[in-house]
Write a new protein. Structure first.
Length: 582
């Protein structure tokens, strides 16, 4: 097999080394002299030129000097590799998965390409940080755009600058590129990047397998009741509200990863709302409708089981909505309908909502309006937005592996779910972006209302369990923490390892990640972290202990506790129809 690992590259002669040493030395001398002139008051006074910020002001010239100095140092290491010290790379470079293969370091040409890329990237981002006269929001948008550009321009993304692709092309006689082209054309035809084997998973076959029944259907949601697996169950049932931005089965993946199956096995009567993917019939659906739907689902379960209250879980946007629901219930004198509330990576204060804020400006909002002429937003648009937040991992990694290397798609249930998009009502989506992300109105008492009831989060006294992901890029931990500044009831905050998905979907049996707790009263997330105790593994057992502490009474798992045997009649088997609709 032909490889690029050990190229026949002759060592430079002594005369050549002496020549290049002179060139580099002379260049460094020129830079030093130029730097001294630029540092003089007024900058380059001998030429009589005006100082133009960003062009020839001292700070800009010093950055240019630093760039060329680093570039010359890089060339010097390339010409005389023996002088380069091993293991002196910054940690971020050493851990970068794009350049993990030894060919990127063993081959001097590709090592130069790799290090040149890091050098240019570092100086470009430094230049953005050094911009003056730009407000912080615009600067963060520039940083985000610069990082996206740099990820796109990585040498790993192009055949002639990626040694692995060159080796594969030689080995297969170019068939990898033909297969990659086939993969790319298929993705272009469906308008969406493929991350995993499209035939490996199917809802109802090996995903969303927890037994249960659809016991109610409305134009907005299906209500699923799951079959108990224990003789006794907690008297207070659980109603789960997943985000309607994605399919609910993120909480019911393969059986060994399913939060729903695990909760049922803990002796909890579990209900779940499966939202309908939007179509033209939902063009008038607004946030009020989702809040009232949550209240309706809570009341439906209470009446069916003849109980006073339920436990509730809200994940992501459904958690934000649950917070508003609790405020509405409190204002209406019905707070007791919810015994406890659990929030998975949910935000109420969007002042620190992370990189998604880079997509919220007048131009973006105007574009979204044009993308939804029939009253709903195609889910592929939002999928692309979320992929862009992790472009290196969710876009360019697959460009390299599946388009250039022509590799087969690996089966991965979580990535199958990630690509199973849902459409959104455009009226709701726009108001959500403007009212919450842009204007941050939810935390302003009484500004928003539902059915004439003002929303004031300070009224919420419901016991709450608040989970955040340490590495969450969609709902940053600092943003989730802010819930603690508004609710008035007893709160428990847990910081979980990993991010928005893996930080939530972390079954105890896998023994992955960790979580942190700090029972001391603290005011900030930094104080919480400083005094927190780390526990290895999943936080799910801690949550279920907390849930039982709210009300530990149990009842027999019979009658209405069995799906379809009470007032709510079974309409069809779980996972229902809405989860399959597009």
């Amino acid at each position: 097999m032909a490889t690029l690992d050990t190229p026949e590259m002759p060592l430079p002669s002594l005369d050549a080394l002496q020549h290049w040493t002179w060139v580099i030395g002379r260049a460094q001398q020129m830079l030093l002299e130029s730097g001294l002139a630029a540092a003089a008051p007024g900058g380059a006074p001998d030429l009589g030129l005006p100082v133009v910020p960003g062009i020839n002001d001292p700070a800009t010239l010093q950055r240019a000097e630093a760039f060329w100095t680093d570039s010359l140092g890089l060339w010097q290491r390339f010409l005389d590799p023996a002088r380069a010290e091993k293991g002196d790379e910054p940690p971020g470079q050493a851990r970068d998965k794009r350049f993990a293969a030894p060919q990127w370091r063993d081959n001097p040409v590709f090592d130069l390409i790799r290090q040149s890329y890091f050098l240019i990237s570092d100086h470009l981002l430094r230049g953005v940080d050094a911009l003056e006269g730009v407000d912080e929001k615009q600067k963060e948008q520039l940083r985000f755009a610069a990082r996206g550009f740099l990820d796109a321009m990585s040498p790993s993304n192009f055949p002639v600058t990626n040694p692995l692709v060159l080796e594969k092309t030689i080995e297969t006689g170019g068939e990898n590129l033909l297969k990659g082209l086939q993969n790319m054309l298929a993705d272009l035809a469906k308008g969406q990047l493929t991350h995993t084997d499209p035939n490996a998973f199917e809802v109802g076959r090996n995903l969303a397998m927890t037994p249960g029944k659809v016991v109610k259907r409305t134009p907005l949601y299906e209500l699923i009741q799951y079959t108990p697996t224990t003789d006794k169950v907690l008297a207070v049932p659980l109603v789960i509200f997943p985000p309607w931005i994605n399919r609910f089965y993120i909480l019911d993946l393969t059986p060994e990863k399913s939060f729903i199956r695990w909760a049922v096995d803990q002796g909890i009567t579990v209900f779940l709302v499966s939202w309908k993917s939007a179509d033209a019939s939902m063009k008038d659906v607004a946030w009020d409708d989702y809040i009232e739907a949550q209240i309706e689902a809570i009341d439906t379960v209470r009446q069916a089981l003849k109980i006073d209250s339920v436990h509730a879980i809200g994940y992501c946007v459904a958690g934000t909505t649950l917070a508003a629901t609790l405020a509405v219930l409190a204002a209406r004198g019905a707070a007791d309908k919810v015994k406890s509330a659990t929030f998975f990576t949910a935000q109420v204060d969007f002042a620190q909502a992370g990189e998604l804020l880079n997509f919220i400006d007048d131009d973006q909002l105007a574009m979204i309006r044009t993308l939804a002429p029939d009253g709903y937003l195609d889910g592929r648009y939002l999928a692309l937005t979320f992929n862009l937040l992790r472009g290196r991992d969710l876009i360019w990694n697959y460009v390299t592996n599946n388009y250039l290397l022509g590799q087969d798609y690996a089966p991965f249930d979580l990535l199958h779910w990630n690509g199973d998009t849902t459409n959104l009502p455009s009226k709701w989506h726009l108001s959500y972006l403007m009212d919450l992300y842009r204007d941050n109105l939810l935390v302003k008492p009484g500004v928003l209302s539902v059915g004439g009831t003002p929303i004031d989060l300070r009224l919420v006294k419901t016991p709450a369990y608040i989970q955040a992901g340490r590495e969450d890029h969609i709902a940053p931990a600092e943003s989730v923490w802010s819930i603690t500044r508004y609710f008035a009831g007893p709160l428990k905050f847990v910081l979980a390892g990993s991010g928005h998905i893996a930080g939530v979907v972390n079954p105890p049996a896998l023994g992955k990640y960790q979580y942190w707790l700090n029972p001391a009263p603290v005011e900030t997330l930094a104080e919480f972290v400083a005094g927190a105790v780390e526990t290895k593994g999943s936080w799910w057992p801690d949550w279920v202990d907390w849930l039982r502490a709210q009300d530990g009474r149990t009842v027999a798992a019979k009658g209405a506790r069995q799906p379809g045997r009470g007032p709510l009649k079974a309409l069809e088997d779980a996972p229902g129809s809405y989860v399959r609709s597009h």
